[in-house]
Design a protein around this ligand. Structure first.
Ligand SMILES: *[C@@H]1O[C@H](CO)[C@@H](O)[C@H](O)[C@H]1NC(C)=O
Ligand SMILES: *[C@@H]1O[C@H](CO)[C@@H](O)[C@H](O)[C@H]1NC(C)=O
Ligand SMILES: *[C@@H]1O[C@H](CO)[C@@H](O)[C@H](O)[C@H]1NC(C)=O
Ligand SMILES: *[C@@H]1O[C@H](CO)[C@@H](O)[C@H](O)[C@H]1NC(C)=O
Ligand SMILES: *[C@@H]1O[C@H](CO)[C@@H](O)[C@H](O)[C@H]1NC(C)=O
Ligand SMILES: *[C@@H]1O[C@H](CO)[C@@H](O)[C@H](O)[C@H]1NC(C)=O
Ligand SMILES: *[C@@H]1O[C@H](CO)[C@@H](O)[C@H](O)[C@H]1NC(C)=O
Ligand SMILES: *[C@@H]1O[C@H](CO)[C@@H](O)[C@H](O)[C@H]1NC(C)=O
Length: 438
């Protein structure tokens, strides 16, 4: 082989490589340039890609957004357009339709998915682009008319705002995949539960599966890591006082590779790319132990992942069903041993037993109070108050009805004070009893 041919072949190879690796990095979809299967859009700093893909062990084709950084061909997909309506082959094409919408068509020109902006927005100069934030935006004359950030799938990215109506008590925000190879709507959802205080919940269908603890303006009180890294994680929840609440995450490290995903088996994960290890790492996991499963120990039970068995009854309570309890089925929880004195005349006043460093029970109510003493007094005066907690900065929380999903959180988490009949309180160090003179 002559030198000429060799270098010629080399040149050919290089130019082919160039075209294949770099030339194919498209930046946009316009009225004249559609996107076919195997073509992808890339964000300007190549952090995300947008295009067609098949999940592992699936031959269906989906249109979505994934991180460019991948390990062993496993895509970190963060958004899907047609999760419940896959294509069965690679004939799909993404187009700007006549009315300015972004549209996914199959080989019969049937619409599989559309950005679906109502007719009165009709535009003919739309362009779709993928930003480095992982947001796919459709704009017309420079105005954003649709964006993927407003339609989350199972992931929450940096600087993505999720909005919900302040009056809705339950607002699902993302829905898990059905399985590792099926991205259609699965069992689990993450959302905000707002009965009294704001809380992030994972629901398994309609049943609560995990809760974050109440938002106190700084941290979600039932996430241990937040007591150490609240600033870094940058979770924020804001009420604009016009009826809309937004949540967002924006870490101060500004790492666009840090994101949250709800897995098909109901775990909320925080993942980040490790530059040194060239791999993804789980930085935080909502289910660190069995104790994180909602109501693991039932009503008036408390969970401690470092003890065996993990469940015990709160002080002054006993198993509702001894047989079930000792067999390790804790779901029926515990019942009060000695009735409260409450407002009955005669006899000693009820007192409180202190439980240190806990994930506070579900469904706290916030109460205006001057100080801890005032909080205690207000609880004691009200027969339906079962417990209170007081923290600097946030103030007084009380519970009525039931105490559920309590977990030992030492060394972080507030102390709670559980109301008990006088006779249940022996250990003076734990007694916080209202003096009749205050
Ligand atoms: C679309 O991207 C190409 C480069 O890939 C660029 O030349 C063109 O101006 C872009 N069009 C719009 C409308 O942004
Ligand atoms: C894919 O299929 C193989 C073979 O059936 C199986 O071993 C593997 O666990 C599957 N992967 C996933 C993520 O389901
Ligand atoms: C789909 O639409 C394109 C452009 O409008 C047209 O050229 C093509 O023939 C259509 N295909 C089918 C199967 O209708
Ligand atoms: C649509 O395109 C026509 C011709 O290019 C232009 O005159 C008109 O202003 C465009 N309409 C919109 C809503 O952009
Ligand atoms: C929420 O409820 C309050 C009180 O009922 C009402 O004044 C307000 O308009 C509602 N907000 C929205 C966004 O519906
Ligand atoms: C645990 O007890 C509850 C209440 O009696 C019962 O409904 C449930 O089936 C039991 N669970 C198991 C795993 O036995
Ligand atoms: C007692 O507390 C409940 C809720 O915890 C509240 O609805 C009720 O108004 C309170 N009663 C008094 C007398 O403060
Ligand atoms: C708890 O308090 C709420 C009002 O804040 C009230 O509607 C509910 O009935 C109370 N539950 C019990 C068991 O007292």
């Amino acid at each position: 082989m002559s030198f000429y041919t060799l270098s010629h072949i080399l040149m050919l190879f290089i130019s082919w490589f160039w075209v294949y690796e770099f030339g194919s990095a498209r930046r946009n979809i316009t009225t004249t340039q559609s996107l076919r299967d195997l073509e992808t859009l890339e964000s300007s700093n190549a952090i995300f890609k947008f295009g067609f893909f098949s999940p592992i062990n699936s031959t269906y084709r989906y249109v979505g957004i994934w991180y460019t950084k991948e390990v062993a061909n496993q895509l970190k997909v963060v958004w899907i357009a047609n999760r419940n309506n896959p294509l069965s082959d690679s004939s799909g094409v993404l187009k700007i339709s006549g009315d300015g919408n972004l549209q996914l068509l199959d080989e019969k020109n049937k619409s599989i998915w559309s950005s679906n902006i109502p007719g009165n927005y009709k535009v003919n100069s739309s362009v779709a682009q993928l930003l480095d934030s992982g947001n796919l935006v459709l704009s017309s004359s420079g105005n954003i008319i649709w964006q993927s950030f407003d339609h989350p799938t199972d992931s929450m990215l940096q600087n993505m705002n999720m909005y919900f109506d302040e009056n809705s008590t339950i607002s699902p925000l993302v829905t898990s995949w059905k399985s590792a190879s099926d991205p259609s709507d699965g069992r689990f959802t993450v959302g905000i539960n707002h009965r009294r205080l704001y809380e992030v919940f994972i629901w398994d269908g309609v049943r609560p599966y995990w809760r974050s603890g109440p938002w106190n303006g700084q941290v979600l009180m039932g996430i241990r890591a937040m007591y150490y890294f609240a600033q870094v994680d940058g979770f924020n929840l804001e009420n604009d006082n016009k009826g809309t609440v937004s949540i967002s995450v924006s870490s101060i490290t500004k790492r666009l590779t840090k994101y949250y995903v709800l897995t098909y088996d109901g775990r909320l994960l925080e993942k980040d790319w490790q530059d040194d290890k060239k791999d993804w790492k789980i930085e935080w996991n909502s289910l660190e132990s069995e104790c994180d499963i909602y109501g693991k120990c039932g009503e008036f039970g408390s969970c401690n992942s470092n003890s065996l068995p993990i469940c015990s009854c709160l002080r002054g309570f006993q198993p509702r069903n001894d047989q079930e309890w000792s067999a390790g089925n804790w779901s029926s929880g515990c019942v009060r041993r000695t009735p409260l004195q409450c407002a009955n005349i005669g006899g000693e006043d009820d007192g409180f037993s202190r439980l240190r460093n806990v994930k506070v029970p579900d469904d706290a109510e916030w109460l205006e109070s001057y100080d801890e003493e005032d909080c205690r007094r207000k609880c004691l005066r009200n027969c339906s108050c079962l417990a209170y907690a007081y923290t600097l900065g946030f103030g007084c929380m009380i519970w009525n009805g039931s105490l559920i999903d309590v977990q030992n959180f030492a060394p972080v988490g507030p102390d709670i004070f559980i109301r008990l009949a006088h006779s249940e309180i022996g250990d003076l160090l734990n007694v916080f009893k209202l003096s009749p003179f205050v």
